[in-house]
Design a protein around this ligand. Structure first.
Ligand code: F6P
Ligand code: MN
Length: 350
């Protein structure tokens, strides 16, 4: 195991010294970290930096209105990754994969600024990234990206909040956190080997969608709300920032569960979050911190992506509650469609 280091640079050096195959991924992480220092400055200025929070006429691949910041961040990352060992880039802001250096050993999928609609309100936002090896037999550029998340060589996110921190896992290593020391302009180690508490009673979900959820998700949230008097026999707390990196950061540090399930709204059958550059990197970090991540039932990191911008239902956090949610989905008593028992569930106990 890599021992606690002074800063990101020392961590990457130590990781490569332990396994030279990680060298290209370490170079990509250095590039992402350098770009994020620049972005952190822009984001920290908020309204003072002209139009960063302003909307453009355009929309991204998901139909969200693009902010000036989305486009600026995309350009910063394209520019820096073009000088790193990266064969191609998939970005939430680009419809098609962008070829960089076809001879390079890695590809990167990223959301340059996740949660950009929060910028005007001074809420934490982030850059989420996934680093994959190129696929030797790939015919089309996008084939390099259509691999299950367990193939990731490294993944992580940068959170731009009260602190700017980079949360990453490299190779088989544990999840690490480095915080930008603005006085020195470098990322110093803040948390060595993140370990998610296995069981924590805090849940995170956009509850305004309750009426659109499937029965197993409703049953789980109902039971959380019932607290100590309900079948889970514990009082729960609820937190929803609505910015994936902020909710993920909190859960990595103090446990709990995050759910963005599929729901019955048009276009939300597979939830809201994207497999390649949101769910996969978060799942990688969470597993490397001892937690679990599923699409409600199946392990996220085993899913075969159907397309570069495909969405996926996402549940992650402490292993105990994540397994419990999978249990609600496999137990017929939680589905009205599947069992007449559901209507009488109040009489039953887990
Ligand atoms: O990328 C999408 C995102 O902004 C995430 O950061 C966040 O978890 C989610 O959408 C919030 O969704 P909603 O608008 O339903 O609260
Ligand atoms: Mn996003």
């Amino acid at each position: 195991m890599i021992s606690e280091t002074e800063d990101l640079e020392a961590f990457l050096d130590q990781s490569v010294a332990a396994d030279a195959r990680l060298d290209p991924a370490a170079s990509v992480l250095r590039a992402i970290a350098a770009a994020s220092v620049e972005l952190s400055g822009v984001i920290g200025l908020g309204q003072l930096f002209g139009k960063v929070g302003a909307s453009r006429e355009s929309t991204n691949t998901d139909g969200d209105v693009q902010k000036e910041l989305d486009v600026l961040a995309n350009d910063v990352f394209v520019d820096i990754l073009a000088r790193a060992p990266v064969a191609a880039l998939v970005s939430e802001e680009l419809r098609e994969p962008l070829v960089l250096d076809p001879q390079a050993p890695l590809v990167v999928a990223m959301d340059p600024v996740d949660g950009s609609s929060n910028i005007d309100t001074n809420v934490s936002i982030g850059t989420i990234f996934s680093i994959l090896p190129v696929r030797p037999g790939a015919v089309r550029v996008e084939d390099h990206f259509l691999q299950p998340g367990r193939a990731q060589v490294a993944a992580g996110f940068v959170i731009y909040g009260p602190q700017t921190s980079i949360v990453l896992a490299l190779g088989d290593g544990a999840t690490q956190i480095f915080t930008l020391d603005r006085r020195e302009g470098r990322f110093r180690q803040a948390v060595h080997c993140v370990a998610i508490p296995p069981d924590a009673a805090e849940y995170s979900i956009n509850a305004s969608n309750y009426r659109h959820w499937d029965d197993p998700v409703r049953a789980f949230i109902d039971d959380c709300e019932q607290g100590a008097e309900g079948p889970l026999k514990r009082n729960h707390n609820m937190r929803w920032v609505g910015s994936l990196v902020a909710d993920a950061y909190r859960i990595l540090l103090r446990g709990g569960i995050f759910l963005y399930p599929g729901d019955r709204r048009s276009g939300y059958g597979e939830g809201r979050l994207r497999l390649l550059y949101e769910a996969n990197p978060v799942a990688f970090l969470v597993e490397h911190a001892g937690g679990a991540a599923t699409d409600c039932v199946n392990r996220i990191l085993d899913l075969e992506p159907s397309g570069i911008h495909a969405r996926v239902p996402l549940v992650f956090g402490s292993a105990g509650p994540v397994d419990l949610v999978a249990g609600y989905h496999s137990d017929p008593q939680f589905s009205a469609e599947r069992s007449p028992l559901f209507g009488r569930r109040g009489l039953m106990r887990l």
